[in-house]
Design a protein around this ligand. Structure first.
Ligand code: TRP
Length: 332
């Protein structure tokens, strides 16, 4: 039997965080062994809100290097730059015509983004989920591993695919989102009521995959505890500390209770130091890989070129079928 297809992507607009790793990239790495995986670097999505497009080329290579450093294997998976495959934008236009305005207008991310980008409310932000649906549907995807924030976009994608299939007969696979329960609970370090986000302006809320050791220690130290640092640890409802336990569990794959037992009877400062240490040891491995890979520009370009050729082949064939179905087949 043919392996099912997994598709996902990340925008190259910021540095990746441990939240991205635990919630999304870790899933990708695992799925490579069981499925045909296609991972995109979604540069077309990033220009909807991007502030300084001059850095885009470097950001793409940074993102690719991080994918590889985390364990994405270019011999197993297709990795490509979204804008290299014109079929995505072409399908996106077609799918625009099968999506209701109201469906787009009620997307939670759209509503948030127009608040955060009030000086640049371009229609790219509105049509963003349709381009995402095109990414997914163009490859006959079965599974889409993403963070919880993308769930609504995948639901829209499924609606569009169903609508199209109802009109033209079975054309698209209806993709399923893969969203980790625990991995999605990585919250901001200091403001634990919101998710850790790579675009947060308060850098003390984030640990980047490329974070320096001393900054990891500094940021963890800043987390508020109810009692003085010499007191024995009590989690109670301290979401900052519980978040750290989640992070440790997400990075190491060990159960939260294991860490709780380990820290039993220890004092706050020990907890913070040990936690920082565990996080740093994990990051150092990725960082060593990353800095090695990031230097090899021609190696990175070869991967993107190879990915482009492979993705293009699938995309071209599938788009051709879709174009015929909607009646765009005038021959000269
Ligand atoms: N919108 C996704 C994000 O910001 C990135 C993305 C683009 C994506 N195309 C996709 C994710 C297709 C999954 C499938 O994280």
């Amino acid at each position: 039997m043919k392996k099912k297809i997994v598709f996902s992507g990340i925008q190259p607009s910021g540095k990746l965080t441990i939240g991205n790793y635990i919630g999304v990239i870790k899933q990708w790495v695992k799925m490579q062994n069981k499925y045909n995986c296609i991972f995109s670097i979604a540069d077309l999505h990033s220009i909807t809100t991007y502030k300084n497009n001059f850095d885009l080329n470097n950001n793409i290579l940074d993102t690719l290097s991080l994918y590889l450093a985390c364990g994405i294997n270019p011999n197993k998976s297709i990795i490509f730059i979204q804008s290299h495959i014109y079929e995505h934008t072409q399908l996106s236009w077609i799918l625009n015509c099968y999506t209701n305005y109201g469906e787009l207008n009620r997307m939670i991310q759209f509503k948030k983004k127009i608040i955060n980008n009030s000086k640049n409310i371009n229609t790219g932000i509105l049509f963003y989920p349709i381009l995402m649906a095109s990414d997914i549907l163009l490859y006959n995807t079965s599974y889409v591993p993403v963070g919880l924030d993308q769930k609504q976009h995948i639901e829209l994608c499924r609606n569009i695919a169903n609508k199209f299939n109802n009109i033209y007969g079975n054309t698209f696979n209806i993709p399923k989102p893969c969203i980790l329960k625990n991995g999605n609970r990585i919250m901001s370090l200091q403001e634990t009521n919101k998710k850790m986000s790579k675009s947060d302006k308060n850098l003390n809320n984030i640990i980047y995959l490329l974070e320096k050791k001393k900054d990891v220690f500094k940021k963890i130290k800043l987390i508020k505890t109810d009692s003085k640092k010499k007191y024995k640890i009590k989690y109670n409802n301290n979401l900052g500390l519980l978040n750290i336990l989640n992070i440790l569990s997400g990075l190491t794959g060990k159960k939260i209770n294991k860490f709780k037992n380990h820290f039993n009877n220890k004092i706050y400062s020990d907890f913070k130091n040990e936690a920082s240490n565990i996080i740093t040891i994990f990051l150092e491995k990725i960082q060593e890989n990353y800095y090695n890979i990031r230097k090899k520009k021609s190696f990175l370009k070869d991967i993107l070129n190879y990915g482009k050729i492979k993705a293009k082949k699938i995309a071209k064939k599938n788009l051709f079928k879709i174009i015929k179905k909607v009646g765009l087949k005038f021959k000269i």
